[in-house]
Design a protein around this ligand. Structure first.
Ligand SMILES: NC(=O)c1ccc[n+]([C@@H]2O[C@H](COP(=O)([O-])OP(=O)(O)OC[C@H]3O[C@@H](n4cnc5c(N)ncnc54)[C@H](O)[C@@H]3O)[C@@H](O)[C@H]2O)c1
Length: 435
């Protein structure tokens, strides 16, 4: 099949690479010239485990190409996937659809033979109707089916998730739309669940899923606060809960709050839609409020360790919003650092992240010092704070760290380090959901 992908970011690029690996002819379009230039030269523009290898293979074998010129991509395509951003409106927090509609307007006049235009971007309920109306208005002769094809990949596992989806949800209002998308995903036939639903249901499934996962994380965080007061250990509690198959163990890890490019924006957009339709989504609203507050509380928890220290030095491990990615969008680590800088202007922060330094620098600039390994960050620190769950941090040599630090305090907001080892060595060790 010939597939055009509009938007070559965290969703578009791994999806394009995966579909090329399935022997499709894939052309990825992006407005950002520098991104497309790099990709054409064989350089991946974001970090995802396993992405580079598959990208280079498919580029070399001629199944994957890149362009800034949409006219090269649309006329020949059987399927056009829209994977542009849907960022939050800074004021109302609703999903801003300007990139979606701009893409639809550009696609419309170029459509010739029967084409499926499928939205991979996360879009509010009813957006498919608007895209369809817009295309029909610009090009009344277009033979097109507009489909909702929500993306469920997790950053950090994008390639794994592409090849092992839990389900493929197709939202269409006509059979030929389902048929073409099923053909595109034919290699998954018999291996995963295909759910064919109405376009509006499909659009809702994506928001409902993300809001549910965000609520699950927030519930684990509230339980952590409870355990700290009640003398229980949250990791034991959530393990016990997770063994119940009705609950499940995933997304039940207590931590500093959820972040990333999806959960914060999608919960806000869901709450906005609830208000718009007059439907009470109070659980979603409580989750958003609690999660925002949590990041401030986490900064205060770190600062409590250096209350008496003048010009305190904090070593930060982790800047990305989660382990396995360089993405810092809405990263709790960044929020916590910003809170620290605001609450204690005399603070000095030295941070290390295995992949996200450059992305973090774009947000924080020279407000903090960026180190090239965890021990350099720990040198001279009064307190060490673990903010992202990179597996590398599990192997932190605590004896060596102790010898390098000025103070003996650790605030482990990801419960990555050994409580027993840290306390044996004499660290004052504060973790999540355990006294
Ligand atoms: N990142 C994730 O893990 C994830 C997971 C599931 C769903 N989503 C959803 O997928 C969508 C894309 O997210 P992302 O993280 O890949 O965004 P991104 O910002 O990484 O990538 C979007 C890309 O689209 C390009 N673009 C914008 N308008 C364009 C146009 N008219 N023509 C060509 N290119 C254009 C931008 O230059 C950018 O490179 C969002 O709606 C998001 O909510 C993201």
């Amino acid at each position: 099949m010939k597939i055009a992908i509009i938007g070559t970011g965290y969703v578009g690029l791994p999806t394009g690479v995966g579909l090329a690996e399935f022997d499709n002819q894939v052309i990825c379009v992006d407005k950002e010239r520098s991104k497309i230039e790099q990709l054409k030269q064989g350089k991946v523009t974001l970090f995802e485990e396993g992405l580079e290898e598959l990208f280079l293979k498919n580029l070399k074998e001629g199944r994957l190409s890149f362009t800034t010129n949409i006219k090269e991509a649309i006329p020949k395509a059987d399927v056009v996937l829209i994977a542009v951003g849907t960022p939050p409106n800074p004021k109302t927090k609703e999903a801003d659809l300007k990139y979606i509609y701009a893409a639809a307007e550009e696609i419309a006049p170029l459509l010739s033979d029967f084409t499926v235009v499928a939205t991979k971007s996360t879009v509010p309920v009813g957006t498919g109707d608007k895209i369809e109306a817009l295309i029909k208005q610009k090009n009344p002769k277009a033979d097109v089916e507009v489909i909702s094809l929500p993306e469920f990949l997790r950053e950090g596992f994008a390639i794994y998730d592409f090849f092992h989806p839990d389900r493929i949800v197709i939202g269409a209002n006509a059979q030929r739309g389902f048929d073409r998308i099923k053909k595109m995903y034919a290699p998954f036939e018999g291996k995963t669940n295909f759910l064919c639903v109405s376009r509006r249901s499909s659009e809702t499934i994506k928001y409902a899923s993300n809001a549910f996962l965000a609520m699950k994380i927030h519930y684990a965080n509230e339980l952590a606060d409870f355990c700290e007061k009640a003398g229980a250990i949250v990791s034991e509690v959530t393990q016990g809960m997770g063994l119940d198959t009705r609950i499940g163990s995933r997304f039940l890890n207590a931590g500093p709050g959820y972040g990333g490019s999806c959960f914060p924006k999608d919960t806000n957009a869901m709450a906005y839609m609830g208000r718009q339709y007059g439907a009470d989504l109070s659980l979603v609203a409580a989750t958003i409020k609690g999660n925002t507050l949590r990041k401030k509380k986490m900064a205060e928890r770190i600062l409590a360790q250096v209350e008496e220290v003048k010009n305190p030095k904090v070593a930060v491990l982790g800047l990305a919003f989660k382990g396995g990615t360089d993405d810092c969008r809405e990263s709790p680590a960044i929020d916590i650092i910003q809170n620290l800088l605001e609450l204690r202007p005399d603070i000095q922060i030295k941070a290390y992240d295995p992949k996200a330094t450059e992305q973090a620098r774009k947000i924080l600039g020279d407000k903090i010092i960026y180190e090239t390994d965890m021990y350099k960050a720990a040198e001279g620190a009064d307190v060490l704070a673990v903010l992202t769950e990179w597996v590398d941090f599990k192997s932190l040599d605590l004896e060596k760290t102790l010898s390098l630090m000025e103070g003996k305090k650790i605030v482990d907001l990801r419960n990555m380090l050994s409580f027993e080892k840290a306390t044996q060595l004499g660290f004052k060790y504060s973790s999540i959901g355990r006294v």
